[in-house]
Design a protein around this ligand. Sequence first.
Ligand SMILES: [Zn+2]
Length: 609
Amino acid sequence: MRAVTAILLFMSCVTAGAETAETIFINGNIYTVNDKQPFAQAIAVKGDRIIFVGANADAEQFRGDKTRIVDLAGKTVTAGFTDSHCHIFGIGEREMTLNLEGTNAREDFLAKVKERVVQTERNNWITGRGWIETFWKPPQFPTRTDLDKIAPDNPVFLTRADGHAAVVNSAALKLANIDDHTPDPFGGQILKTNGDPNGMLLDNAMDLVAKNIPKPTEAETEQAFLKGIDREIKLGWCEIQNAGSELSDQEIIRRAYAARKVKLRMINAAYGPGEAANALLKNGATLNAFDHRFTQRTIKVIFDGALGSRGAALLAPYSDKADTSGFLTQKPEELRPMFEEALRRGIQVETHAIGDRANRLILDLYEQAFKAVPPDKRPAPGGGASSGEPGVAERRPPRADDVRWRVEHAQILTERDLPRFAKLGVIASMQPSHAISDLFFAPSRLGMERLAGAYAWNSLIKSGAIICGGSDAPVERGEPMIEFYAAVTRCPLPEHGLPVGAPSGVELRSEQNSGQDVRWAHRQDAYVPPQPEGWHPEQAVSREQALRMFTSNAAYAAFEENDKGSIEVGKLADFTVLSADIMKIPAPEILKTRCEMTVIGGEIVYGDR
Ligand SMILES: [Zn+2]
């Protein structure tokens, strides 16, 4: 008996001692996002998982002859950043077509288009994306006449940054047979001046022209996908949640993963209603495929337009255009059966809803579906499933009432609807950068009263709702530091200047100014910046909350909290290494902070290897 005990003891010692790390990252300023152990210096990794988090000295015991030591030299490390809402093909396409981001004047915009026209053969299409008139003086939409002057012989289609509007020239309108008699399609508008189409097309009206543009080849689309992935990894994203895909996109994605061309982790949604959603409902979810890099279990619905183009569906008319209150882009009666089927099949749903009417109706529809298909009629969602070693992390069995449906954007909420997120267990998937872009024009679109429930991060958090953070790139730039800055300051980017109506004498911090002159400092810092009416500085979140939005909450929103979202023993070794301590530096410094290293599954996929 004693001998057996001795052998068992000996064996367990060998097992414990045999745990040898492949890589140990030391000398880090590590924010783990794990409440039980918030800070650490070292992380030891074996395979793609974390086997130790703690002090440098204690990491030594995991060191073997072949263990690689990576000295982080005091740099800041956070749990891997996740972009909970972006469009990966669009991100890549923005790099490949005419990128109109950052054109801060109408003249800049037209000059960039003109440059492209000169390089393009007659009759060939010119497409691009990223313009936004908000920062132009005056902030007015471009027109077909503007474009006709510089592009008389090429059809032009230029998507607004938000993807919910496009400006086209006369050649493009002609190819689409759009004239003053063409009716608005459902869920879209052909904007007119004196009864004549002026070149601006909103939401579903964009398709009338877009369908005439030659489709990119499959090779071009794959190239866009890989370009997008490459950009994301360099920015420090460890995972993206792709907010919608058609079957043809899915094929390209799967092929690229199967060929091991993609290191980035991806949670992919299928557009619905339609073919992609039907296929997902029929075939079921794909969980943790390709070494835990690819999951697909979500249907993405687009329920209304955007605020900038006045397509967001509001309960009352726009404050700056009394004859419209926006529009829905899907019919509720067509969503009902799909939602119920999703519950019966354990499929998650996420819905784009911006206006207060779209948000109310989608919460109604979710609530009705939850009642129509109660938990005992649902399979447990595929949550918590893991390809990792059993027993290393807590594996809570998923519950059938834990559906984690999401509302994407959840931008404008009434007082009545705001608490319903927490009550229904619906996740608010929000993009901090939208607030600091939109609040330039949101006061005029909505009026002061409705702004109280707009981009209401803190109110949602206080109500008990979970917010996962995203960028919506290519609608926004898609950089983690811009999102983090927006979440904690709720102040404009320096290049965008001050909000309309800012008190005079307020300046942005310039390079020459000393630290004392930080006008747009974080609220936790001593200095509170002057805020013009309507920006609701009290809705800015703490740095800890902002970090959660892009790490642990993002993991939760994808049923991935057992494997991702924090630096913890047993979880996947995903982390982002930054050039500065974003939890402590003055807020403007956040925008200067760079990703120095991206680690996915213990592998340094970007940065000094
Ligand atoms: Zn989006």
